[in-house]
Write a protein that binds this ligand. Structure first.
Ligand code: PMP
Ligand code: GLN
Length: 386
């Protein structure tokens, strides 16, 4: 048989799926894959039921229902003073993952270069390469994951088509600040490129820090694509409703990719997310307060057990170095070890690098009920004799 596509064939099954399967097999407490163990607000679940009953349950408009597109535009204005025309600048997608794929397909021409930070969400590199891009990786270093400005500048060239930025960032929990984003914006202007901004954790930021969308910076309105996710904002990760905001000429191109990928997104879910964005602001802004308390609890407990915990300013992920506990193997071995022997599953951070290097960090997902986190910590305490 002729070989199929070699780029996709070269990637394995995503680490999230692998670790969750392993967790199920060993019936562990799963702090690997990122998903909350409590659903979002009841009012939006009720709206899904209502919308399904009322119908129509037929193809909604390709760009998304007007209620949701207006709600996304109003949300952008409310939080970031972002003025956009919902009709020409907002599109609904099947999750942020589809928004990323459609944006990449819309922009990349074979031979273009794309700049991406490592570690990274695992769909970026496969999709960029499949679209024909040469990926230029710029590595952030633990524990502070600071922007390596010289390396970043060196990664740009006349062939650079886009940079993909994830802030707040998975898995590092870093929030890019105004100075860092201004530096990046300067490079985008200098090299006449675009930015795909994965901002799915925009509402999950701690310690009073505010999210700053790159698209609001000078000169970025025509160059940045801002992507959000109802899965993250409303703790409904199975719904796969995303949304993007971009200048009209970019939006219409991305819409062409979207029309051939999925064409549209379930209308009952869209109505529910519109309701949520407009009416459940207290719910999604309180979520960060609850998560911050969980972060503090987890950080203290892991430190007591003997992990070296990295700073965590956002998202629901915390990274920790296990070497002080005396485990000599790599992070994949460590994750397998604690899954099988301690009954707790965590994620090897090396799996979120395109070219593995950092091999001593594991990621804990802490959007779980307190008793679940306590249960996992008890198992780890017993296992490590803490
Ligand atoms: N981007 C990042 C950084 C993520 O961590 C995730 C994981 N949920 C996504 C995008 C995907 O979001 P969605 O489920 O809306 O496709
Ligand atoms: N974004 C989630 C994480 O980082 C998982 C997404 C997925 O399973 N594809 O864990």
């Amino acid at each position: 048989m002729k070989p199929a596509n070699s780029i996709l064939a070269s990637f394995g099954t995503t680490v999230f799926e692998v670790m969750t399967r392993l967790a199920m097999e060993h019936q562990t407490i799963n702090l690997g894959q990122g998903f909350p163990d409590q659903d979002g607000p009841d009012s939006i679940k009720a709206m899904v039921d209502r919308a399904t009953k009322e119908g129509p349950n037929q193809y909604p408009p390709m760009l998304g229902i007007s209620e949701l597109r207006q709600a996304v535009a109003a949300h952008g204005k409310r939080f970031y003073d972002l003025d956009v025309d919902w009709q020409t600048q907002v599109m609904v997608t099947s999750g942020a993952t589809e928004a990323l794929a459609a944006s990449i397909l819309a922009l990349i021409e074979p031979g273009d270069e794309a700049v991406v930070f490592e570690p990274l969400y695992d769909s970026y590199v496969p999709m960029l390469r499949r679209a024909g891009a040469e990926v230029k990786l710029v590595r952030l270093q633990p524990p502070r994951w600071e922007l390596p400005r010289d390396e970043l500048a060196a990664a740009f060239s006349d062939k650079t088509k886009l940079i993909l930025i994830n802030t707040p960032m998975n898995p590092t929990s870093k929030v890019f600040d105004g100075e860092e984003l201004s530096f990046i914006a300067g490079l985008i202007r200098q090299y006449d490129t675009y930015a795909i901004c994965d901002e799915v954790y925009e509402h999950l930021i701690f310690d009073g820090v505010k999210h700053l969308p790159l698209i609001t910076l000078p000169g970025m309105a025509d160059r940045a694509i801002r992507i959000g996710s109802a899965g993250k904002t409303f703790s409904m990760t199975s719904w796969k409703v995303g949304y993007l905001t971009a200048a009209p000429n970019l939006m219409s191109l991305i819409a062409k990719a979207h029309q051939f990928l999925v064409f549209t997104t379930p209308s009952n879910l869209q109505r529910a997310v519109a309701h949520g964005l407009d009416n459940e602001q207290a719910w999604y802004t309180n979520l960060a307060v609850e998560l911050q308390a969980k972060r503090d609890m987890l950080r203290n407990a892991l430190t007591e057990i003997g992990f070296e915990v990295m700073p965590c300013g956002a998202t629901y992920f915390m990274n920790a170095d296990y070497r002080p506990l005396g485990f000599a193997g790599g992070d994949v071995d460590f994750c397998r070890h604690v899954t099988v022997e301690a009954g707790v599953t965590v994620l090897p951070v090396s799996a979120l690098y395109a070219t593995p290097d950092v091999d001593h960090l594991v990621r804990f997902c802490f959007c779980k009920k307190d008793e679940v986190l306590e249960g996992a910590l008890d198992r780890l305490r017993k296992f490590f004799g803490a």
